[in-house]
Design a binder for this molecule. Structure first.
Ligand code: AP5
Length: 223
């Protein structure tokens, strides 16, 4: 059966960290609209330049651009057994667009869909975001505070250069929260009503969240 996972939660709730772990274990592609958009920005495309003008203010990128990048990604061959969507959809409009994409890509297939909601206190998130570092080479994510890393240290996994994301400062982070609460949070009710939603306590340690996440997936498969 095709396994489709959707991870929803505020900025810094650990969606990317958990997706990285689950994607390795289940061998499912990690599809993260934030990274897909940052690739467009890095390539200097017209879509990237326009998306950046919204992202740098903590707002959602225009739906036309997001729909284009996500559809291009979901029709790739590596998605045929499933995928993990990290940070998509983020609005009612995007959820409707995704339903249409599901109709096209899942036509005549048996599919299991689960939405994991990463529930965590906002103040804890600001601290996680300002302490986040990402690796330029292997794209791993680290929390320099909990890992006791120095600011100029290299990536503990591959030795690559670590960098701070442009939107990981307190001012933009607070705007990203406003956007999340206004536009993304309503999706929790939508997916609860569809019966797809499972809630995770995302204030726990990375290890404990992962244990609960995989436990919930096992329960789903064997129920
Ligand atoms: P995106 O890149 O998706 O950012 P986000 O949703 O704001 O989420 P983050 O990546 O900030 O957090 P996360 O939940 O993945 O946490 P992480 O695991 O890294 O989007 C960026 C922007 O792109 C958006 O603002 C928007 O403008 C645009 N965009 C993206 N998708 C879009 C869409 N669909 N439509 C329109 N626009 C879109 O963890 C954070 C830190 O905490 C790390 O340092 C990590 O090491 C640490 N950490 C994680 N878990 C724990 C833990 N349990 N304990 C302690 N530390 C932890």
């Amino acid at each position: 059966m095709k396994q489709e996972f959707i991870f929803i939660g505020p900025p810094g709730s650990g969606k990317g960290t958990q997706t990285e772990l689950l994607s390795k274990e289940m061998r499912l592609p990690h599809i993260d609209t934030g990274s897909l958009l940052r690739e467009e920005i890095a390539a200097g495309t017209e879509d990237g330049i326009l998306a950046n003008s919204f992202m740098s203010k903590g707002q959602l990128a225009p739906i036309a651009i997001v729909s284009k990048v996500i559809k291009k990604r979901l029709i790739k061959d590596d998605c045929k057994y499933g995928f993990i969507l990290d940070g998509y959809p983020r609005s009612m409009e995007q959820a409707q667009a995704l339903d249409k994409i599901f109709e096209e890509i899942d036509f005549n297939q048996k599919v299991s869909r689960t939405v994991f909601y990463f529930n965590v206190d906002k103040e804890l998130l600001i601290e996680r975001l300002v302490n986040r570092r990402c690796c330029t080479d292997c794209h791993s994510i680290f929390n320099i505070k909990t890992m006791n890393l120095d600011d100029n240290e290299k990536c503990p996994k591959c030795g690559g250069k670590l960098f701070i994301r442009d939107d990981d400062n307190e001012v933009v982070a607070r705007k990203r929260f406003d956007t999340y609460f206004a536009q993304t949070e309503p999706l929790i009710e939508l997916y609860r009503k569809k019966g797809w939603l499972k809630e995770l306590d995302a204030s726990l340690s990375i290890h404990a969240i992962y244990a609960n996440l995989t436990g919930a997936i096992r329960e789903n498969v064997y129920s």
